[in-house]
Design a protein around this ligand. Structure first.
Ligand SMILES: Cc1cc2nc3c(=O)[nH]c(=O)nc-3n(C[C@H](O)[C@H](O)[C@H](O)COP(=O)(O)OP(=O)(O)OC[C@H]3O[C@@H](n4cnc5c(N)ncnc54)[C@H](O)[C@@H]3O)c2cc1C
Ligand code: FES
Length: 285
């Protein structure tokens, strides 16, 4: 009798979830000093961009893997990853030439939750490279512009030369988003705002009880941003933060990314402030 070993048949064609799939580097774009955006396409099958806020484990063969957020989708469907060269793996990724192969597994984790913010105002706050995982969210917001009240995008960077995706900010404005950009330290030729991104929050929160905040950046920036949003009247449960921890497996098996009772890879990286806020106040956690 012809028993149907469906599971076995499927595993023959579907890669195991932990197995990196080879991706070709289609394009490399230099964004700022030490930061590049890689456009990656799988050798087999269709690209999987995932939901805004999710991340992939991106690997340089023979070097290792790093968690990298999806920063967008190219016009050809390629998945964009914006990488800052900080260590061995990200150095190899940032130097990967066009045409080379990288390993990608994912998308993993829980991204931004847009559903609860429909109909209300939205404040997106990005610090430095934190704009990369927020970019797919900003795109989703601008595509559904009529579904929200005021959409404010507040961007901060240490210096003008470290500002990411500057050309896109004018496109976001053209689509009806309010965009404010600031730098910690000005430079010759900079005529924009100077000061921490948290200073922009009071002017951006108009209807606090109906405002959702989406925040990504260095942890100290997220802590102060969450405080500023709450002082402006935004509910902690309406503040979403994307947390960063050292990742290994990316799927909740190894424990490297533990944050209190959570695994950032599996339960995050995006958490509500009511959940993660108290943990952020604990040193060394
Ligand atoms: C959910 C998630 C999403 C992420 N998304 C991105 C992304 O889109 N783009 C990106 O470039 N990185 C991203 N990261 C961070 C990235 O995974 C780490 O920077 C990476 O592990 C570094 O690996 P490495 O081997 O190159 O450096 P390591 O050898 O691990 O680190 C080298 C040195 O750099 C320091 N360092 C490590 N990470 C950072 C950092 N983020 N900023 C400054 N110094 C650091 C370390 O303390 C160490 O001193 C993300 C991390 C998480 C958890
Ligand atoms: S990275 Fe292994 S449990 Fe999160």
């Amino acid at each position: 009798m012809g028993a149907e070993p469906l599971a076995a048949d499927r595993s023959a064609v579907e890669p195991a979830p932990m197995t990196p799939r080879p991706h070709r580097v289609l394009r490399v774009r230099r964004e700022t000093p030490g930061v590049v955006t890689l456009a990656l396409a799988p050798l087999l099958g269709d690209p999987e961009p995932g939901a805004p806020g999710q991340f992939n484990m991106v690997g340089a063969f023979g070097v290792g893997e790093a968690a990298i957020s999806v920063s967008g989708v190219g016009p050809d469907g390629a998945i964009l990853h914006t990488v800052r060269d900080v260590g061995a793996v990200t150095h190899a990724l940032a130097r990967a030439p066009r045409g080379s192969l990288l390993g990608v597994r994912g998308p993993y984790g829980r991204g931004w939750d847009l559903a609860g913010s429909l109909g209300g105002d939205v404040v997106v706050v990005a610090g430095g490279l934190g704009l990369a995982p927020l970019r797919p969210l900003i795109r989703a917001l601008s595509l559904r512009r009529n579904g929200f009240g005021r959409i404010s995008v507040l961007v901060g960077a240490r210096s003008p030369e470290q500002l990411l995706f500057l050309a896109e900010t004018s496109r976001w404005r053209a689509r009806g988003l309010h965009v404010d950009v600031t730098v910690d330290q000005a430079a010759v030729g900079w005529s924009g705002r100077v000061g921490l991104v948290t200073r922009l929050i009071d002017g951006a929160v108009l209807h606090p009880s109906a405002t959702t905040g989406f925040v990504c950046g260095p942890e100290v920036m997220m802590r102060f941003t969450a405080r500023a949003l709450m002082s402006a009247g935004v509910e902690p449960s309406r503040i979403q933060l994307s947390m960063e921890r050292n990742m290994r497996c990316g799927v909740g098996l190894c424990g490297h990314c533990q944050l209190g009772p959570f695994f950032v890879c599996r339960d995050g990286p995006v958490f509500g402030h009511e959940v993660v806020g108290p943990l952020m106040e604990v040193r060394e956690l």
